[in-house]
Every structure is written in structure tokens, then in C-alpha cells.
Design a protein. Structure first.
Length: 302
């Protein structure tokens, strides 16, 4: 099994053309920027990548491009988002992720129809039994309307193919309870899915983050982790605090709409989406670009 990353993985945006097709050239340039910045992992077709509006063929094309760009030069696992609220579909996508070279699959909880905690166990076990690829659970109740309870995570961690959790709750009480239930000897890996609380997540024993802000400022966010890991706790906290106004601006409208405004400003595609997403408004656009510019002094000094 490819080693799980520590540090910062980017939940890649998917640049699009005006007609809704994927802008593969802009995507290629974004991936190259990430790799050259030293990112620790890449997530293809997750929430930030608008995976719910991509076809499986498009997801696989993005995956293959990402793997080719990474090659053997970079120590950077590639993770494919394969979650669905239809277990059969999630199984099929996760098997295809394995067959097409993904290192891990990121599998969100079922949305809309949701389920019970026992249903979650059955759902994830069915996927993990069918697809022999390491799976990262994805807990994002703000999007799906349900939470993977800590006791359920512990039960799921017993499956050999379920190796990590991305937790986007930003709730340190949830993390502390989960850590206590897993026990000190557990090798189950815990990633934040909430950029604004990444430093707090580290102080509570987390292993890394799957990030939106690192699309734009990968070096700075990686440095939050590096400084913490090197024992420079004050420097790590100060970097997090410096980034937080930009992070807040990135989530001041439906994500990833402010993100694509910044990526356009950076030269990585245009503000194009597939409905129901539409570009953000001028107020949000101006604010998020201003906050991005205020962060550049940190990024450019690394």
C-alpha cells in the first residue's frame, strides 16, 4: 500500500470552459503548480473539484492526467473521490479508482437519502470488501446532513481497507473523543477537512489536512504543518492566523465559487461551473482576491 501522507493534500479544483467542458490545460497547470510547491497529496474530483457533476469517464481522465504529471518524481499520493449515495455506484467508482492507478479512494457519506449508523457500516463495508484499495472516510455533515459518529469510525477502522478519516466538522470535541476511542496504539490516520481549524486539529493529535486554501497558497499552508511538526508552535499558530481571513473569504459563498475567482486571478482557468453552481458575486470576488493578495508575502517568502 502507498504510504498515507502527513501534512497537506490539496482538494483540487476542476477548471472548466464556458461550455461546461473540463479545461484540461488549466487543470494541468494547476497540478504542476501544486507538485512544484511541494504538496503532500492531491485529491481529484472531491467536493472542491465538483465531483458530483463529473462523469466517471471525466474523473478517470483527470486521475490519469494527475498520475502522469506526478510520475515517479514526486512523493505525492493521488486520491480519487468515489463517494455516492448509491452504494452500487460507489463500489463501481472505487473499483475503477483502483484499476486506474489511484493510491486511495475518498468516500463521502451518503447524502440526501442518508442512512443510520448501522447503514453506514454496511455501506462502507460493502465498498471496502469489493474494492481492494485503501479508503479514506469523509465526514462532512454540512454537505450531507449526517455524521459518522466516533463509535462508527472505530468500528469501520477494523476493516483492513479503511485506513483514514477526513473530518470536515471543525469540532475538536469530536476529534478528542475519536482519538480516545481509537486508543494510543491505533495507526488509523486523521485528516482535517476544515482549513480554518487546521492548527487546532494538529494540537489535538491530527495528522494532516485535505485543503481548499492550498489550491492558492500551498507553501504557506504546508509551512503551518512543518512549523508545528518542528516544534515551532507559535510560528505555526501565527501562520494559521494570518491565513484565516483568506480562508474565511474562500467560504463566504458556496465553495468552490470564491476559490475559482482566485484561481482565475492566478491564471488557472476561468470562473466557469456546471449548474447548479454559478460564479460568486462581485463583493465576494473583490474581498477574496484582496485577502489572497494579503497572504502573498508569506507564500513568496517560502
Amino acid at each position: 500500500m502507498t504510504k498515507l501522507f502527513s501534512g497537506v493534500a490539496t482538494a483540487l479544483a476542476t477548471p472548466m470552459l464556458a461550455n461546461g467542458d473540463i479545461d484540461f490545460k488549466a487543470y494541468e497547470n494547476l497540478v504542476k503548480f501544486q507538485l512544484e510547491s511541494g504538496i503532500n497529496g492531491l485529491v481529484v474530483s472531491g467536493t472542491t473539484g465538483e465531483g458530483s457533476t463529473l462523469t466517471i469517464d471525466e474523473k478517470l481522465e483527470l486521475l490519469k492526467m494527475t498520475l502522469a504529471l506526478r510520475g515517479d518524481k514526486y512523493d505525492c499520493p493521488v486520491i480519487l473521490g468515489t463517494g455516492a449515495n448509491n452504494t452500487k455506484s460507489a463500489i463501481q467508482q472505487t473499483i475503477l479508482a483502483k484499476e486506474n492507478g489511484a493510491d486511495f479512494a475518498l468516500v463521502v457519506t451518503p447524502y440526501y437519502n442518508k442512512t443510520s449508523q448501522q447503514g453506514l457500516i454496511a455501506h462502507y463495508y460493502a465498498i471496502a470488501d469489493a474494492a481492494d484499495i485503501p479508503i479514506i472516510l469523509y465526514n462532512v455533515p454540512g454537505r450531507t446532513g449526517m455524521t459518522i459518529q466516533p463509535e462508527t469510525v472505530v468500528e469501520l477502522s477494523k476493516h483492513k481497507n479503511i485506513v483514514a478519516l477526513k473530518d470536515a466538522t471543525g469540532d475538536m470535541k469530536y476529534l478528542s473523543k475519536l482519538k480516545a476511542l481509537l486508543g494510543e496504539d491505533s495507526d488509523f490516520v486523521l485528516y482535517s477537512g476544515d482549513d480554518g481549524t487546521f492548527f487546532d486539529f494538529l494540537t489535538h493529535g491530527g495528522n494532516g489536512v485535505i485543503s481548499v486554501v492550498s489550491n492558492c497558497t500551498p507553501k504557506t499552508f504546508i509551512n503551518v504543518f512543518k512549523q508545528y511538526n518542528n516544534g515551532n508552535i507559535v510560528d505555526s499558530r501565527n501562520l494559521q492566523n494570518a491565513l484565516n481571513p483568506f480562508i474565511s473569504a474562500l467560504f463566504s459563498d458556496v465553495s468552490p465559487t470564491p476559490l475559482k475567482a482566485v484561481l482565475k486571478y492566478m491564471g488557472y482557468g476561468d470562473e466557469n461551473f456546471r449548474l447548479p453552481l454559478i460564479p460568486t458575486n462581485e463583493k465576494v470576488r473583490n474581498n477574496v482576491i484582496a485577502e489572497y493578495n494579503s497572504c502573498l508575502k508569506h507564500e513568496n517568502n517560502l
